[in-house]
Design a protein around this ligand. Sequence first.
Ligand code: UD1
Length: 342
Amino acid sequence: MKKTVLVSGGAGFIGSHVTVELIEAGYEVVVADNFSNCDRTCFEGVKKITGRDDIPFEEMDFCDAEAVDKLFGKYHIDAVIHFAAFKAVGESVAKPLMYYKNNLLSFMNVLEAAQKHGGCNVLFSSSATVYGEPKSVPVTEDTPRQPAMSPYGNTKTMCEDILQDTVKASDGLIKGILLRYFNPIGAHPSALIGELPRGVPNNLVPFITQTAIGKRECLSIFGNDYPTPDGTCQRDYIDIVDLAKAHVFAVTRMIEGKMKEPCEVFNVGTGRPVSVLELVNAFEKVNNLKLNYKFAARRPGDVTAIWADPTKANTEMGWKATRTVEETLKAAWAWEKHIAGK
Ligand code: UD1
């Protein structure tokens, strides 16, 4: 019988790509979302890509404990991937309580329901933000976490701890994997799903594509006086489909009982540092266009350079990023054109 994976926040950018990969790998997927930060475009795209018009879908808020409990009662869930969370760093500084309440409560409701309904494999979507400004790069999973720079970052660190402690106390009922994502970018090669930020994008690639299409006048590159080879920040940009596939490897590892510890941590990155300027140049080159950009002041809270050592995910999970930055930036541009109707 097919195993069932619940994807909370499954209509969003990462959730929709993960849903596609899970279905293509033979899992049954239950998608749940309250559309608080996305519209229905991506979920419709998921149905088209997979040819599945009947994906079970629940419109619900994970802060509603009763609704989460009912959900776990309705389906036999073998694993849950928890994405349902707010993710804008700046907004979290302005509205900390909104972030703590939403991001912590929703996750605790999932864990409580999972426990009550006989246990579950839990995958939490964490972030490289937990490493803060690392003392050396690349970072491994053993690189010490540092105090987060924002309430958003704090919620990632806190949810990691909540999962670790819950697993420890659960007598084997709950198993967990923490995936620490670096910078997910790009879109599905079909151009039917991708990133759809509301308002002015905070993240680099949506800002680049929106500038290229004419929605934004000019990209500001935040800082060109960093101690890096070209003065701009370095990140580990990971293709969204590669990232989504990491979830399939992690879920399978949990379901097949291949874990070495009851709660494991994996970096999900390429191991390849790319600067902001390199990314902009690559975007221009691969898509054969000129981007309007200027250098601007540093953005408060940005780290200078961070990239992953993905050895553990490569060797232990058998997952490896395969797509080049060029392929990814082509896909991001195809998606922007798709949503603009061009
Ligand atoms: C942020 C979050 C990270 C989250 C990720 C994806 C922190 C510190 N970072 O990462 O947790 O997982 O978003 O949502 O919490 N840039 C520009 N101009 C722009 C936008 C960005 O130059 O208009 C630069 C930034 O200064 C940075 C790089 O591009 O150097 C990447 O920025 P961004 O896409 O926002 O991701 P991060 O800040 O690395």
